[in-house]
Structure formats: structure tokens, C-alpha cells
Ligand binder design. Structure first.
Ligand SMILES: N[C@@H](CCC[C@H](N)C(=O)O)C(=O)O
Length: 289
């Protein structure tokens, strides 16, 4: 008898994900199978995949099982592994609520970027504690065609290069990853954000995600942008002693990011479950080869 594999589809500010619930870590998900599921024409389609596993059942998260029952095994659309996904962790929590594994209140979720606390309300937006940003020394440069911008290196568990631009259209079509130099700043690749001002503590961004291409939102990217904007604007909460909140418009909606004087960052935004079903076993048999 063939294995039946369940899936759901969800999104957070239109950063969309295939969700594979697999509490006991019984489903093999090689990169080719992930890429096939995320394919927008021949698969289900998604910027990435959320593999929902009990921490105790996953070798990368077993040590976190006492802190967080669930592990977000996040994969990019090309099948590569990433440390963290800010929109993904909200959608992950929404799935746990939808499936009856979580109720209202605070929920700890293990990720490769550490344990994150998600605040679940009955409905409405979801807030997640994203932890602290790390800002490696040294400027980096982002290039698109003839244009080049100095950019801020911000690590939100995953790597980002944040470039402030006069016009988001200057990022062009973003069909390929924009070159970022020096390459040594990002040995594992980088997510690139282009940011334009919209008003006081209000910016808009576009993003080219490592392993996914241009997406309509990136939660860790929006946090990196808020952190870079606060340093640029003189509102760094570690310096002023006052929390600062930035509204970050993305092509798929709006995220609200607050950084506190101790460096802790909270992000609030929507998380939606769109559909659920079962993967055709015959298709699945061919997907991973
Ligand atoms: N869309 C995500 C980030 C997903 C991972 C990223 N592509 C990477 O490789 O680091 C988010 O919402 O944070």
C-alpha cells in the first residue's frame, strides 16, 4: 500500500508555503522532492516548505524538545535548507492552531535559528519574538546592472544585505540573485532587501530570497530592514533607550517590527491557511527522483 502524505498551503503577507505535517518525521524530503512540491507549474507551488515535526523526532532539534514541542524544518523553494523564516514561523503556528495542536497564548517553536516564541490569538495577526539581530562589521555592496549601493549586513539567524534605494524599481526585474560583495561576507549565500522610504519609521521593500528568488514578502528580511533603518535614522533602541517600531510594506502586505532597548525584536503580521489535501502517491513516487 502506498503512503498517503497530507499537505496544506498557507501564506504570510503572500510569502507562500507548502506545509507537510509529519509529527514523527516519517516523510523523507530530499531537496528534489521539496523543489517538486514548490514548483508553481508542475507541483503545488510555494516560496518554501514548512516540514512540521515534533522536536523529539528530529535529529537537528532533539536537544530543544524540552523547550519547544514542535520543530520548523524550513526549506527554500529550491530544496535548500535555511536557518529561519519569519513569515513561515507564523504560518507554522497557524497550522498548529488549525490542527488542534496549539491553542491561544504563547507557543515556543524550535527552528535552526533557535527557539522562537509565537503569540497566538484566536484569530487576527500573529506576533513572533524574532530574537536579536547580529550586525557583522564592514559594509557590503549590492549591484543591479550599472547601479551599486552600499548595504548593511544584518543576520537574523539567516543572512541579509539591506540596501537603501531611491526607487524600488531600480532593483529591476530581480530574475537572478543580485551580486553582493565581498562574497566572503556571505559564505552561505544571502537574502537581499531593497528599501525605499515612505514616511517616518515607515519603509517599503522588495526582496530577492536565497533559494527562492524574488518573493512578495520576507519576515526575517523585514526585521533586518527595520534594524538597518533604525541605525541609519538614529533611532537604535540600544542607544536611545526607547523601543522603536517600523512599518514595513512588502509587495504582499505590511509587517510591523518593534525592536526593544535590549535588542529583542517582535514582528506582527498575518498568517493564513488556504487549503489542505493529499499528495497523489503516483506523482510523489516520481517527485524525488
Ligand atoms: N521568507 C523567509 C525567509 C526564508 C529563508 C531565506 N530564503 C533564506 O534562505 O535565508 C522569511 O519570511 O523570513
Amino acid at each position: 500500500m502506498s503512503t498517503r502524505i497530507a499537505f496544506l498551503k498557507g501564506h504570510g503577507t503572500e510569502n507562500d508555503f507548502v506545509i507537510v505535517p509529519d509529527p514523527e518525521n516519517a516523510v523523507a524530503l530530499p531537496p528534489a522532492a521539496v523543489a517538486a512540491l514548490c514548483d508553481r507549474r508542475a507541483g503545488l507551488g510555494g516560496d518554501g516548505l514548512l516540514h512540521v515535526v515534533r522536536s523529539a523526532a528530529h535529529p537537528e532539534a532533539r536537544h530543544l524538545a524540552a523547550e519547544a514541542e514542535w520543530f520548523m524544518d524550513y526549506r527554500n523553494g529550491d530544496g535548500s535548507v535555511a536557518e529561519m523564516c519569519g513569515n513561515g514561523v507564523r504560518v507554522f503556528a497557524r497550522y498548529l492552531q488549525h490542527a488542534g495542536y496549539a491553542t491561544e497564548g504563547d507557543l515556543a517553536v524550535a527552528t535552526r535559528g533557535g527557539v522562537k516564541t509565537v503569540h497566538l490569538a484566536k484569530d487576527g495577526d500573529i506576533t513572533v519574538g524574532m530574537g536579536r539581530a547580529v550586525l557583522p562589521e564592514g559594509e557590503v555592496t549590492v549591484r543591479v546592472g550599472e547601479r551599486a549601493w552600499p548595504a548593511r549586513n544584518v543576520n537574523m539567524g539567516n543572512p541579509h544585505a539591506v540596501a537603501f534605494v531611491a526607487d524600488l524599481a531600480h532593483a529591476g526585474e530581480l530574475r537572478a540573485a543580485p551580486p553582493v560583495t565581498p562574497a566572503t561576507a556571505y559564505p552561505d549565500g544571502v537574502n537581499v532587501e531593497f528599501v525605499a522610504d515612505r514616511g517616518p519609521r515607515h519603509v517599503a521593500m522588495r526582496v530577492h530570497e536565497r533559494g527562492s528568488g524574488e518573493t512578495r514578502s520576507c519576515g526575517t528580511g523585514a526585521c533586518a530592514v527595520a534594524v538597518a533603518a533604525a541605525r541609519r535614522d538614529g533611532t537604535d533602541p540600544a542607544v536611545t533607550g526607547t523601543p522603536v517600531t517600523y512599518t514595513v510594506d512588502v509587495p504582499g502586505g505590511t509587517l510591523v517590527i518593534t525592536e526593544r532597548p535590549d535588542g529583542e525584536i517582535e514582528m506582527t503580521g498575518p498568517a493564513v491557511i488556504v487549503a489542505e489535501g493529499e499528495i497523489d502517491p503516483e506523482w510523489w513516487a516520481g517527485a524525488a527522483v
